[in-house]
Design a protein around this ligand. Structure first.
Ligand code: NAP
Length: 197
């Protein structure tokens, strides 16, 4: 059975990815506070130690990372750094360190988000992070010759809107995003940004 590492397995989207992959993959779960490994992806030493312990693997999916939601007036400079360290560099750390341990032909999938292309008020940190990460994916795909790297860019998950007490009628069920992560690891394509239609 192929081995897939899933960072963010307890989240709204990650829990659906776990459900979808579990029949066909040995899924190793990683979160900050639970799972097979408890690692903050912003902590480079902890990430390296985790990969050393896991050893070779076939797929790495990250459905994780923090970025501030708030208006420009509510953003401090530190808020930008916190999001860059977590959602952007955290996922970059996972790819950059993970590729040294991955099997030939391994697939990497990171999470960006619709704010990269469609800004809304309150979303400036996350939009900046998502756009940067998408540029990383396209650039890395050119050089990761024996592996693939892609991103899934979710819009608003129905379940997240419900958790936030919003009208969820325009939300996309998280399972639809989960299907894109599976497609991204199995398609053989690289440098793609997958969007839910
Ligand atoms: N849900 C949406 O509508 C939506 C829309 C656009 C983009 N996205 C993106 O999609 C991804 C998943 O979103 P989600 O809503 O499913 O997230 P979520 O429900 O908030 O769950 C986040 C998951 O990631 C883990 N995690 C967070 N920071 C981590 C870190 N630094 N190191 C390791 N694990 C960490 C959490 O575990 P712990 O609690 O144990 O840390 C949890 O399992 C995120 O990158 C998000 O920005 C989501």
């Amino acid at each position: 059975m192929k081995k897939a590492i899933l960072v963010g397995s307890t989240g709204v989207i990650g829990s659906k990815v776990k459900e979808l992959l579990s029949a066909e993959y040995e899924v190793i779960t990683v979160n900050r506070t639970s799972g097979d490994y408890q690692v903050d992806m912003a902590d480079v030493n902890a990430v390296e130690n985790m990969f050393k312990e896991i050893g070779a693997f076939d797929a790495l999916i990250t459905t994780s990372g923090y970025g501030k939601w708030g208006s420009i007036d509510e953003h401090s400079i530190q808020d930008f750094h916190d999001g860059l360290n977590s959602k952007l560099m955290g996922q970059v750390n996972m790819v950059m360190i993970g590729r040294k341990y991955a099997n030939e032909g391994a697939s990497f999938v990171v999470s960006t988000g619709i704010l990269a292309q469609y800004p809304v008020e309150g979303g400036l940190s996350l939009g900046m992070i998502n756009a940067g990460l998408e540029a990383f994916v396209r650039g890395a795909a050119l050089e990761m010759k024996n592996m693939t790297i892609n991103a899934v860019s979710p819009s608003f998950a129905k379940e997240t809107m419900e958790l936030m007490g919003m009208d969820s009628s325009t939300g996309v069920p998280a399972i639809e995003f989960a299907k894109l992560y599976k497609e991204a690891i199995e398609s053989g394509k690289s440098g793609e940004i997958y969007h839910a239609s």
